[in-house]
Design a protein around this ligand. Structure first.
Ligand SMILES: *[C@@H]1O[C@H](CO)[C@@H](O)[C@H](O)[C@H]1NC(C)=O
Ligand SMILES: *[C@@H]1O[C@H](CO)[C@@H](O)[C@H](O)[C@H]1NC(C)=O
Ligand SMILES: *[C@@H]1O[C@H](CO)[C@@H](O)[C@H](O)[C@H]1NC(C)=O
Length: 149
């Protein structure tokens, strides 16, 4: 029997610590006028300001890992917590079951959850925006490899 796995990833950024933003971008665009909808316009304005803060002003580099090391500062394990990645596996459904060839096609969904302290913000500074959706390749990702069983 052969089992084919189709993988889909769900990224959840856990951004908890409050951070003061001192030098926000002065947005001159009026997104409400551009998209013709006030709620959507305000949302785009806030997410664009947030994007500017994280990726331009802070110059976040995805190539640099957020994993911290105890060296060379002689810190103890209590002073620097472990870097945790929570992985959840959700079995979604059987796509196809071929009795003849004994093949089963299944869909699994993996959720990875970790904290990257460089990507934290105070939602109050961005009109209450507490989540953003990004392309997977814009941020550092924990290395993972899942093989077909
Ligand atoms: C943006 O445009 C809308 C609609 O014309 C207007 O009501 C709103 O005051 C403008 N916002 C800013 C910040 O200028
Ligand atoms: C860490 O400990 C080593 C060995 O005791 C010492 O040589 C070094 O200066 C210490 N480093 C710092 C940053 O305190
Ligand atoms: C992982 O899950 C544990 C237990 O639910 C939780 O306490 C912890 O904050 C999670 N860690 C991350 C990095 O999300």
């Amino acid at each position: 029997m052969q089992i084919n796995c189709h993988l889909s990833f769900q990224l959840t950024l856990v951004l908890t610590t409050i951070f003061d933003v001192t030098n926000q971008q002065d947005t001159t665009l009026n997104w409400t006028e551009i998209v013709g909808n006030e709620k959507l316009g305000v949302f785009y304005e806030n997410t664009q300001r947030l994007y500017f803060e994280l990726f331009e002003r802070r110059a976040y580099k995805r190539e640099l890992s957020p994993i911290y090391s105890l060296q060379p500062y002689n810190l103890t394990a209590q002073e620097v917590p472990r870097f945790n990645v929570n992985i959840t596996l959700a079995y979604v459904k059987v796509i196809e079951l071929a009795a003849q060839s004994q093949e089963i096609d299944q869909l699994f969904e993996f959720g990875f959850e970790w904290t990257d302290p460089r990507l934290q913000w105070n939602p109050d500074d961005f009109g209450g925006v507490s989540k953003i959706w990004l392309q997977m390749d814009s941020i550092w990702l924990p290395e993972n490899s899942i093989s077909n069983a």
